[in-house]
Design a protein around this ligand. Sequence first.
Ligand SMILES: Cc1cc2nc3c(=O)[nH]c(=O)nc-3n(C[C@H](O)[C@H](O)[C@H](O)COP(=O)(O)O)c2cc1C
Length: 188
Amino acid sequence: MKGLIIVGSAKVDSHTKGLARYLQGRFKDHEMEAEIFDLADRPIHQLDVSGASEPPETYQQNLTDLREKAREADFFVLGTPNYHGSFSGILKNALDHLTMDDFKMKPVGLVGNSGGIVSTEPLSHLRLIVRTLLGIAVPTQIATHDSDFEQLDDGSYYLNNDEFQLRAKLFVDQIVSFAQNSPYEHLK
Ligand SMILES: Cc1cc2nc3c(=O)[nH]c(=O)nc-3n(C[C@H](O)[C@H](O)[C@H](O)COP(=O)(O)O)c2cc1C
C-alpha cells in the first residue's frame, strides 16, 4: 500500500515540502510508503487540451511520472501554500492533468501553509476539487504558518510545533485507516 504526496509550492524547499517530509515520516511509522512529488522540483507544463504547444521533454517526463504514480497510489496528500487566499495554480494545473480514475474513492489528506494570516480557505477550496474528482477528503486537515517551522542547515524546513505534530498523527491515522479498510472499494 503506498501513497502520493503532491507538493504545490512554487518554492524549492518550501514549508509545504517540510510538512510533507514530516508526514512522510508518520506514514513510515505505519510502515506505509508515501512518495513526495514536489512540483517545484519536478515542474509540469500547463494543460493544453488542443495539444498545440510543445512542452520541454523533462516536463513531459515529469507529467508521465506524476500520472503513473497517481494511478498507482492508494491514498493522496495534497499540499499547498496559501496563494491569494486559495491553493496554488501550480497544484490546480497538476490536478487538471489527472482524472477521476486516479482519485475515485481514495482517501485524500489536505495540508497547507500560509505566510500571512493562517487560513484554512485554500483547503476548503481543495476539498471541493477532491469531491469533484470522486476522492474522499478526510476530515482532519493541517493549516500551518511559516512560524511553525525551523530551517535546517541545508535550507530545508522542519515542522517544529508540538500541536501540529500531534495533529499530523491524527491526520495520518485517518488516512491510513481509510486506505486499509477501503470502505468504498466496491464502488471503484
Ligand atoms: C502569489 C502568492 C500569493 C500569496 N498570497 C498569500 C495570501 O493570500 N495569504 C497569505 O497568508 N500568504 C500569502 N502568500 C505567502 C505564502 O503563503 C508564503 O510565502 C508561504 O510561506 C508559502 O509557503 P511555502 O513555503 O510552502 O511555499 C502568497 C505568496 C505568493 C507567492
